[in-house]
Design a protein around this ligand. Sequence first.
Ligand code: SAM
Length: 275
Amino acid sequence: METPLAPGLYIVATPIGNLGDISTRAASVLGGVAAVACEDTRVAGKLLSHLGLKRRLIRYDDHASDETRAHVLNLAAQEPVALVSDAGTPLISDPGYRLVRDAKAAGIMVTSIPGPSAAVVALTLAGLPSDRFLFAGFLPGKAKARAEVLAELGAVRATLVFYETSPRLADALAAIAEVLPGREVAVARELTKRFEECRNGAPADLIAHYTAHPPKGEIVLLVGPPGVTAAQEHDVDALLLAALAMSKPSQAAAEVARVTGLDRKTLYARAMELK
Ligand code: SAM
């Protein structure tokens, strides 16, 4: 029989797509806690039933009321309580920061059971410098704020790692093309799942690719540090066709000239041929 777990808060990382990635220790801790605090009780319930477990579930996120947080902390002071998020490592663009902070302040034991996090998995696949990286969560949704964040972080000598969603990828790539045009970018998608891919290129090439093949699923977007530039392999026709789908030839030529640095008149002539 295993030794019972001590009271406290157990931060438990869970898979980001492939259930086989749950660690032996994570499974054993989830089997030994009295309750599991989670973002979504249905998602946590599925993971537990995959492990053959049934545990008391408490819905918790960082917007939870002070009462809910106090309730989780009271329990953790007397019994072992796990915190899981929907996927990956809690606190990494997920709830938990305030809970851990308050638990430490209250003298409650806090320990972490490490496991997958999409940011680190992406970094291991991107082939971009990994000695220094800056994880910056999600880029802002508004164009001005997004450009400001990219300009600020673009000066840092580190690979930048962002979380993204497929509907927002085009806007994020367009902003990178505008603010950090020469940089090598990697789009890491559906990590640990059946359609996992990690595609590298210049922002303009990735725009052309994902316009032709709209992405599905979850995405980590990485931007190489200053000095790491992508081999520019502009497929000019693909870029023009993508731009022509939304704009007049003159605007399409101007847009493609902006992201590629190619001559606008030449691009306009080619846009007229393609049209
Ligand atoms: N805590 C999680 C972690 O440690 O990775 C991240 C949670 S955050 C709310 C969700 C974002 O993580 C997604 O929008 C996506 O950017 C990224 N993500 C999660 N799973 C992923 C996967 N399998 N492939 C690519 N990105 C993923």
